[in-house]
Design a protein. Structure first.
Length: 158
C-alpha cells in the first residue's frame, strides 16, 4: 500500500545517494551496521534490535554526550527487501499498543544510475507532533545520519 504524504502532518526528504541500494538496505537493517551511523555525532547508538518482519522489533537506544539516553522501542509494519522499511513507535513489537507514540517512519530505496534515490518520511498523528519534530531538526539530523551512513558504506564495503 502506498503511503500518502500529508504536509500538515508529515515531514520528509529525498536525496540521490551515490551508493547501491543493497548496501543502504544492509546499513538500515543489520543492527551492527545501523549502530555506526544512525544518529548524528556526538550522539551514538548503544543498543539496537531489528527483527526484520512485520510485527518485529525496530528498537534503538541513543546516548548523548552529556549522558542523555533515549530508548526508542518500535514495531516494524512493512518490509519490502531492498525497497522499503516502515516502522512505528505507536506500537511495541508484536503489534502491542503503547501510550505516547510519536511517529511512523518510512524509508525507501529506488535504483538509479550511479546509486540510489533515497526517500525518508516521518508521519505524525497531529500538527503539533509534526512541528515538534521539525523543531527538533528532523531534516538536518536525518540528513547528517544519512551522510554518516554513506561514509560508513564507502569505508567498509566499497
Amino acid at each position: 500500500m502506498p503511503i500518502t504524504f500529508d504536509p500538515a502532518l508529515d515531514i520528509g526528504f529525498h536525496r540521490f545517494v551515490p551508493v547501491p541500494r543493497q548496501l543502504m538496505w544492509r546499513a538500515w537493517t543489520e543492527p551492527e551496521h545501523l549502530m555506526k551511523w544512525f544518529c548524528p555525532l556526538p550522539w551514538k547508538v548503544t543498543a539496537c534490535e531489528i527483527d526484520l518482519r512485520p510485527g518485529g522489533a525496530f528498537s534503538t537506544v541513543m546516548e548523548g554526550p552529556a549522558g542523555e539516553k533515549v530508548d526508542n522501542a518500535s514495531c516494524i509494519l512493512d518490509v519490502v527487501p531492498h525497497a522499503r522499511l516502515v516502522w512505528t513507535d505507536g506500537l511495541l513489537p508484536g503489534y502491542r499498543p503503547r501510550d505516547g507514540g510519536f511517529m511512523t517512519g518510512c524509508v525507501s530505496f529506488e535504483e538509479a544510475e550511479g546509486g540510489t534515490r533515497y526517500h525518508a518520511m516521518a508521519l505524525h498523528k497531529n500538527p503539533g507532533d509534526r512541528n515538534r519534530h521539525v523543531a527538533m531538526g528532523f531534516e538536518q539530523g536525518w540528513g547528517t545520519a544519512l551522510d554518516q551512513m554513506v561514509a560508513m558504506i564507502r569505508s567498509q564495503w566499497m
